[in-house]
Design a binder for this molecule. Structure first.
Ligand SMILES: [Zn+2]
Length: 292
């Protein structure tokens, strides 16, 4: 790498760093900056995981999520609920449900803050709190889920390049390692097609839905593996539902029987719309029967 000489110039052992006082963690920050210069953002994210941290919610020291905030988060995710009623892309104009969705919790407070930090600030340790919450939602949705294929929604190519990881894949992988999804298969079958599906931020609902359509496809090597299988789509956050609808379309096109979806968190419905009326948090009965 061509950064060697630059690094040496900035090495505090070889040159006096101006303003390098005795501030706590000052040396640490200098090292961070030096490394980041040569190795880019993903390395910085990795270091952020290894470096001393503060609670991402309340700022108390020495833990990515303090005990109190972790308890609040678990409480927010203790009662999964049906959430498709607040996602316009998952309903027809007359209100018929196109895709039932179970959400672990509402996207707010500690859950929103932890999820944001996990996704964008590289706070990988938060997976230890977020993964169990996703697991609870999945088990609530599919019961024992024997034979169900869990199909994670892929990150957009741009998001993956930026973060270097896919949040949903990471959470599901953790649950599998902990054997928290017994009898279920993890089918990493979807990928984003290059092109228009990426970069939906700031787009209106209609434009977002148009961009996302046709943006996912089943991996070539996975073609056939979903044929006739009961599938549940898994994503981190539900907003309009356009992404879940597209994932369901791609899985159905590959022969999968889409029973519904599970998300960790659902954003609040737009003002004026009612929250779901506390219906059963399970996906419809067909989820279990289709599978037999
Ligand atoms: Zn806290």
């Amino acid at each position: 790498m061509g950064t060697d000489s630059r690094c040496r110039e900035r090495d505090p052992d070889l040159a006096v760093v101006p303003g390098g006082g005795a501030r706590h963690r000052g040396v640490h920050h200098a090292r961070l900056a030096r490394f980041a210069q040569g190795a880019g953002d993903s390395f910085l994210e990795l270091l952020a995981v290894l470096a001393p941290v503060e609670c991402v919610c309340c700022g108390s020291e020495d833990s990515a999520l303090c005990g109190t905030c972790a308890r609040h988060l678990r409480l927010l995710c203790s009662r999964p609920f049906r959430a498709e009623g607040q996602a316009p892309a998952l309903l027809t104009v007359d209100g018929t449900v196109l895709l039932p969705v179970v959400a672990g919790g509402h996207y707010r407070d500690e859950l929103a803050q932890a999820l944001l930090s996990f996704k964008h600030l590289g706070q990988g340790r938060l997976a230890s709190v977020l993964a169990p919450a996703l697991g609870t939602a999945i088990r609530s949705a599919v019961g024992d889920g024997e034979g169900i294929c869990l199909v994670p929604v892929p990150s957009s190519n741009a998001a993956f390049r930026r973060r270097g990881f896919s949040p949903v894949h990471l959470l599901l992988g953790r649950l599998r390692r902990l054997d928290a999804l017994p009898g279920m298969h993890l089918a990493d079958a979807l990928k984003t097609a290059p092109g228009p599906g990426n970069g939906q931020k700031g787009l209106g609902r209609g434009e977002r839905a148009r961009r996302v359509r046709g943006s996912m496809t089943v991996r070539l090597l996975r073609k056939g593996s979903l044929e006739g299988r009961a599938c549940v789509i898994v994503d981190d956050v539900l907003t309009t539902g356009a992404t879940l609808a597209e994932a369901a379309r791609a899985v159905s096109a590959a022969g999968g029987v889409v029973c519904g979806a599970v998300v960790l968190a659902a954003t609040r419905p737009p003002a004026g719309r009612d929250l779901p009326t506390g219906g059963p948090a399970a996906l419809p009965e067909s989820t279990q029967t289709k599978n037999k």
